[in-house]
Design a binder for this molecule. Structure first.
Ligand code: SF4
Length: 218
């Protein structure tokens, strides 16, 4: 049976690391500057998109960007979790939330959870061209606009709303291709632009599908 860490009381069961990586806060920016982990390990839940709030235990729209450490493909396990050792590969440089999380006493993590979240504006403040690309995409692909187009389409049997929806989906695809091919940014697309809007829609239970290069509602 695992024994608790003498200093932290942690049993290193790995349960928290298997539920997903932490969101980053301003206190974590030095870890990024010191290259404790690379930007390609991060993704953004853009403000306004629904995301799981661990403290409120509900899916809620975020009022700020939430920049998180990615999970391993097809799982919710943090990319830095080492299952064979039930340990963290960046333990000495783990982000704030991981340092605060004590599953037997959640006061500290609850107090810090929604405070001082790192945003793309902070992360790319010295790279205005990249930030501008991300913010232009954000304006053109707002989750609230997607919901509005979908409501219009449903109310009018597809006579309205679908053009706006298609424009958004095509722009999202176009900017990712451009950033990859011309900007060499293919490894940080999910950090710059969040998840592709088709995936965001599906994750929110909106049944979109693509046929012959066009988006349809199921
Ligand atoms: S960064 Fe380390 S401690 Fe934090 S969730 Fe990932 S594996 Fe666990």
């Amino acid at each position: 049976m695992k024994q608790p860490d003498n200093e932290t009381g942690c049993l290193q069961c790995g349960t928290c690391c298997k539920k997903g990586g932490p969101a980053l806060h301003t206190e974590d920016i030095e870890l990024i500057q010191d290259r404790a982990f690379d930007l390609e390990n991060l993704f953004t839940i853009r403000r306004g998109e629904p995301g799981f709030d661990n403290v409120k235990d509900a899916i809620l729209p975020g009022c700020t960007d939430i920049i998180k450490i990615k999970s391993k493909k097809g799982t919710s396990e943090c990319v830095f979790f080492l299952p064979e050792k039930s340990s963290c590969s960046i333990y000495l440089h783990r982000p704030l939330e991981c340092r605060l999380l004590k599953c037997w006493d959640t006061q500290a993590i609850e107090a810090a959870y929604a405070v001082n979240r790192l945003t793309r504006e902070m992360l790319f403040e010295n790279d205005p061209q990249i930030l501008d690309l991300a913010m232009t995409h954000h304006k053109k692909c707002k989750f609230s606009d997607m919901e509005k187009f979908i409501a219009q389409a449903r109310a009018t049997q597809g006579k309205q709303g679908m053009d706006g929806l298609n424009e958004m989906f095509m722009y999202d695809r176009h900017i990712r291709k451009l950033a990859t091919e011309k900007g060499g940014l293919g490894n940080i697309l999910e950090l710059l632009f969040g998840r592709p809007v088709t995936l965001t829609a599906k994750a929110a239970g909106i049944p979109v599908f693509e046929k012959d290069g066009k988006i349809f509602l199921g």
